[in-house]
Design a binder for this molecule. Structure first.
Ligand code: PMT
Length: 407
């Protein structure tokens, strides 16, 4: 993993060399960015020798004209190619600039362009550290999700005793390692084959008309993406949606409930887990005409038959697979989810209220309650569907362990 090490101008800058070494010993590739003031305390050459890489000190280097563009976008490259940005020592000035989005040199512009994990290790005089302005700025960074490695207490270079001394390089390196563990994709679903249904079905009325619903496929696709990212082989059986097939996922397009049932049954044998997030039409016209039905002035009614209940059929054939259904409800969600779990022989049902604006059908977010065969009821408050997908898959893994333990 690539780490950008930002070095601020303070007496503790020399400890950043030790930090660079500690990071490299842990297997990180380190690229150093120094402020102008930092270069007064320690030579860029020291970092260049330690890391074996060019050390960046200026936003615009005095370069030949053909280098001008590349130096002008250096802060963007630094932000894109590194996954973690650690700033040590972070002076009061740097912390204030980060907090308020000021960008007047390479380090601060790279910070603004950076979207990965940020670790900030402050070092300054005790009074500066305790000043309400610094306290407020640190809180802004913390609220932004940055990891703050608190300074140590002790005798400072200015002669004062108190908090403000840069934390030990090993402690900062450990914070960076923790950030990298959090960033590294989990591979806990390796070996699983997860069959997921998503989206609506379309049930033809004639050659041009159909019955359908508002499902966008976002919930099922988020599950497929999350499962694939965590190492599962994913078979996604999708009704008609406007979403691109997720990367690394075998996506099988279907249109009707009958086609979806066929695709699920064809692939059931190879699956270890099944998640039925699709909004399958409950009724269809068994043999719709190919031609467009002519409009007349007479009243018209449609004769609808129930569609095959795919979830119930998988429930009957599930063997030791983990089966998760969804329940789209406008009323008593938990009770309905429990009833569906029993009736369809599911291990878990994810209930979502679909009458609230901003969640459920079509929305980017959802709010769900998971009810499990082991008797748990777990609410998940409103979040992006990818986060909901993560929580559902986490719960499925817990459930798998709990059910194994019962046997
Ligand atoms: O696609 P999005 O816009 O992201 O919206 C997500 C969603 C709201 C559609 C999704 O979160 C959801 O709730 N999906 C299930 C919708 C649904 O059809 O619920 P239901 O209560 O009618 O069905 C219960 C379960 O039986 C579901 O797992 C469904 O896939 C399954 N079913 C239903 C009918 C049928 N004939 N066969 C089935 O397998």
């Amino acid at each position: 993993m690539n780490v950008a090490l930002g070095v601020g101008g303070g007496i503790a800058a020399y400890k950043a060399a030790e930090l660079a070494r500690a990071l490299m010993e842990r297997g990180f590739a380190v690229e150093v960015i120094m402020t102008r003031a930092a270069a007064e305390f320690i030579q860029p050459l020291t970092f260049a020798a330690l890391t074996g890489r060019k050390v960046h000190t200026q936003l615009f280097s005095a370069a030949s004209s053909e280098d001008t563009l590349s130096s002008a976008i250096e802060h963007i490259r630094l932000a894109q190619e590194n996954q973690i940005f650690v700033i040590a020592p972070a002076t009061a000035d740097l912390i204030a600039k980060f907090a308020h989005g000021l960008a007047d040199d390479l380090l601060t512009t790279a910070y603004l362009a950076f979207t990965g994990a940020v670790v900030v290790a402050p070092a300054m005089n005790t009074n500066m550290w305790n000043h309400p302005a610094t306290r407020a700025n640190v809180e802004i960074l913390r609220a932004r999700g940055h990891i703050i490695v608190e300074p140590d207490e002790g005798l400072l270079a200015c002669g004062m005793v108190g908090p403000g001394r840069l934390a030990e390089p090993q402690a900062i390196a450990e914070a960076v390692a923790a950030a990298s563990r959090a960033l590294a994709p989990r591979r806990d679903l390796e070996g699983e084959v997860i069959l997921i249904t998503a989206g609506p079905t379309q049930e033809p009325i004639d050659g041009v008309r159909y019955i359908s619903n508002r499902s966008s496929g976002k919930m099922g696709y988020a599950l497929a993406e999350e499962a694939a990212a965590r190492g599962a082989r994913v078979i996604l059986i999708s009704g008609p949606v406007a979403l691109a097939p997720p990367h690394g996922v075998e996506t099988l397009p279907v249109r009707t409930a009958v086609e979806m049932r066929q695709a699920v049954m064809d692939r059931l044998a190879e699956s270890t887990m099944v998640i039925k997030a699709a909004a399958v039409a409950d009724y269809h016209i068994p043999n719709p005409p190919q031609q467009k039905i002519k409009k007349t002035s007479a009243r018209m009614s449609l004769d609808l038959d129930p569609t095959p209940d795919i979830l119930a059929e998988v429930g009957r054939k599930k063997e030791d697979r983990l089966l998760v259904g969804f329940a789209a409800e406008t009323g008593n969600m938990v009770e309905e989810a429990r009833r569906k779990m029993r009736d369809k022989n599911c291990d878990m049902v994810v209930g979502n209220v679909v009458s609230n604006a901003g969640t459920g059908f079509e929305a980017d977010e959802n709010e769900v309650v998971m009810v499990t065969r082991t008797g748990e009821t777990i609410p998940v408050s409103r979040a992006h569907k990818r986060e909901i997908a993560r929580r559902i898959l986490d719960q499925m893994m817990h459930l798998r362990l709990a059910l194994h333990a019962q046997h």
